[in-house]
Design a binder for this molecule. Structure first.
Ligand SMILES: Cc1cc2nc3c(=O)[nH]c(=O)nc-3n(C[C@H](O)[C@H](O)[C@H](O)COP(=O)(O)O)c2cc1C
Ligand code: SF4
Length: 390
C-alpha cells in the first residue's frame, strides 16, 4: 500500500452509524473532509465484529454481517475519490462494555472487575474464544470485499485482544493465559486465520499498547517482545499507543472532563450524590491523569522500532510540525498518527502540506471523548452543549 504522505488519521470512534451499525451520511461527509484535508490514510473508528462486542458509546459502526459490505463499498469509493486511502479498524470490546449496550453479560479472558464502567465480566469459554476468532476472520473478509485498502486489528486501549495480552485482565491458567506466548495465542490465531482469509497482499495492521499504564499490566519491555513477535508473524504495520480505560484515560492525556462524565455517562449519572460530590471535588486527584506532553508514546515507539522490521506508526499527543519532522528524521517512527488534532481540524494535514507551521488547535480538554457516550463526534471545546439527549 502506497500512501501520499506520512500523516495518518488514527482510528477515531465517530458515533455516526445507525442502530444496526451501518454508516450514515454524516460519516461519509466526515471522511470526505478528512480525505480532502490531506491525510494519506484514514483509519476508521473501531467497528464491532459481533453484536456482543459493541461499545456503550452511541452509533458504533459494525462489520458483523455481509449486508454491510455494499454500504462500506460506497464509503470507500467516496474516500478514494477524495484522494485518500482507508483502512477499517475492527474490534471486540470484551469487558469494556455494559450489559445495557450488548443485551447480555460482557465477557473477557478472566472475570476481572472493570473499574471505569463498573462491570464484572464472565470468563470466556473455549467456544466463546473460537466464535470470536471466527468473527474477526469473517469481518476481515468483509473489509477486503468492501474494497478497503487495509485493515487494522485493535489490540490496544483495554479492548478484548488487549485484555488477553495484559496480565492484569488475563489471569487464566490454560493455554490462553500465563506466559507471553500463551497470552499472545488469541491474537496469533486471529492473525493467522485472517491472513489465510485475505491473502498475502492485503495489509493487516495492528494497534497495540506500549504500556497499559497499570501496575500489574503490560510494560514496554514485554510489549517490545510482543511487537517483535507480531512483526515476525506478518503484520504489515504496528501502531503504538498506551493505556486502558480504567487507568484514568491515559491514552488521551490532557484533561479528565469530570463534569461531562458525571452528566453524560449513565453509569456515573446513576451513582449516589456522595459519589458524584467526591468525584466533582477530588476526581482529578483520585484519577491522577499523567500530564499532556508532546508525543507521549515516542519512547515506546522508539524501543519497538528498534526491534521490528515493519513500519511503526506513532500516536499520542502529536500536535506540532517540528516534532513530527524530528520523529521521522530520527527514525523513531515511520508514520505520524493523529486523532484529536484532526477532530479539532480535519484539514490540519493540508495546512501543513501548504507550509503552515501552526500547531494543532486542540487543547486536549477531552470533551470529544466524554460526549461520545451520547452524541456523535465533534470538537466540543467552546461549544454550547445541549442537554443530554437521553
Ligand atoms: C473521540 C475519540 C475517539 C477515539 N476512538 C478510537 C477508536 O475507535 N480506536 C482507537 O484505536 N483509538 C481511538 N481513540 C484513541 C486515538 O486513536 C489515539 O490513540 C489517542 O487519542 C491519542 O492520540 P491524539 O493525542 O492524537 O489524540 C479515540 C480517541 C478519541 C479522542
Ligand atoms: S473537544 Fe476539541 S479541543 Fe477538546 S480534546 Fe477534543 S478535539 Fe481537542
Amino acid at each position: 500500500m502506497e500512501l501520499k504522505n506520512r500523516l495518518v488519521r488514527s482510528a477515531t470512534y465517530e458515533g455516526m452509524a445507525d442502530r444496526n451499525g451501518f454508516p450514515t451520511q454524516d460519516l461519509f461527509r466526515l471522511y470526505e473532509r478528512l480525505a480532502k484535508g490531506g491525510v494519506g490514510l484514514i483509519i476508521t473508528g473501531f467497528a464491532f465484529v459481533t453484536p456482543d462486542g459493541k461499545s456503550p458509546f452511541l452509533g458504533m459502526q459494525g462489520i458483523h454481517t455481509d449486508d454491510h459490505i455494499s454500504r462500506y463499498r460506497e464509503l470507500v469509493r467516496s474516500v478514494h475519490e477524495s484522494g485518500a486511502r482507508i483502512a477499517m479498524q475492527i474490534a471486540h470490546c470484551g469487558r469494556q462494555t455494559t450489559h445495557e449496550a450488548i443485551g447480555t453479560k460482557p465477557m473477557g479472558p478472566s472475570a476481572v472487575f472493570e473499574k471505569s464502567l463498573f462491570v464484572k465480566p464472565r470468563e470466556m469459554t473455549e467456544e466463546d474464544i473460537e466464535r470470536i476468532i471466527e468473527a474477526f476472520v469473517q469481518a476481515a473478509r468483509r473489509v477486503k470485499e468492501a474494497g478497503f485498502d487495509a485493515m487494522q486489528i485493535h489490540a490496544a486501549h483495554g479492548y478484548l485482544i488487549n485484555q488477553f495480552l495484559c496480565p492484569h485482565t488475563n489471569i487464566r491458567r490454560d493455554r490462553w493465559g500465563g506466559s507471553l506466548e500463551n497470552r499472545m495465542r488469541f491474537v496469533r490465531e486471529i492473525y493467522k486465520r485472517c491472513r489465510k482469509q485475505v491473502g498475502d497482499d492485503f495489509p493487516i495492521l495492528i494497534k497495540i499498547n506500549g504500556t497499559d499504564n497499570m501496575k500489574d499490566a503490560l510494560k514496554i519491555q514485554e510489549s517490545a517482545v510482543m511487537a517483535q513477535m507480531m512483526g515476525e508473524m506478518g503484520f504489515d504495520g504496528i501502531e503504538v499507543s498506551c493505556g486502558i480505560m480504567e487507568d484514568g484515560f491515559s491514552m488521551l492525556r490532557g484533561n479528565v472532563p469530570i463534569e461531562a462524565l458525571l452528566s453524560e455517562w449513565p453509569m456515573y449519572r446513576s451513582k449516589g450524590l456522595l459519589f458524584r460530590f467526591i468525584m466533582k471535588c477530588f476526581g482529578r486527584k483520585i484519577i491522577k491523569p499523567p500530564p499532556m506532553i508532546q508525543s507521549y508514546n515516542r519512547e515506546s515507539a522508539q524501543i519497538i522500532k528498534n526491534r521490528v522490521k515493519v513500519p511503526v506508526f506513532l500516536v499520542g499527543g502529536i500536535t506540532d510540525t517540528a516534532s513530527m519532522e524530528e520523529i521521522i528524521e530520527k527514525g523513531d517512527a515511520d508514520y505520524i498518527s493523529l486523532c484529536r488534532a484532526l477532530i479539532a481540524d480535519p484539514a490540519f494535514s493540508e495546512k501543513i502540506r501548504s507550509g503552515s507551521r501552526e500547531p494543532s488547535r486542540c487543547i486536549h480538554c477531552n470533551l470529544c471523548g466524554a460526549y461520545l457516550i451520547s452524541r456523535p463526534l465533534k470538537c466540543y471545546y467552546g461549544k454550547k452543549i445541549e442537554a443530554n439527549p437521553s
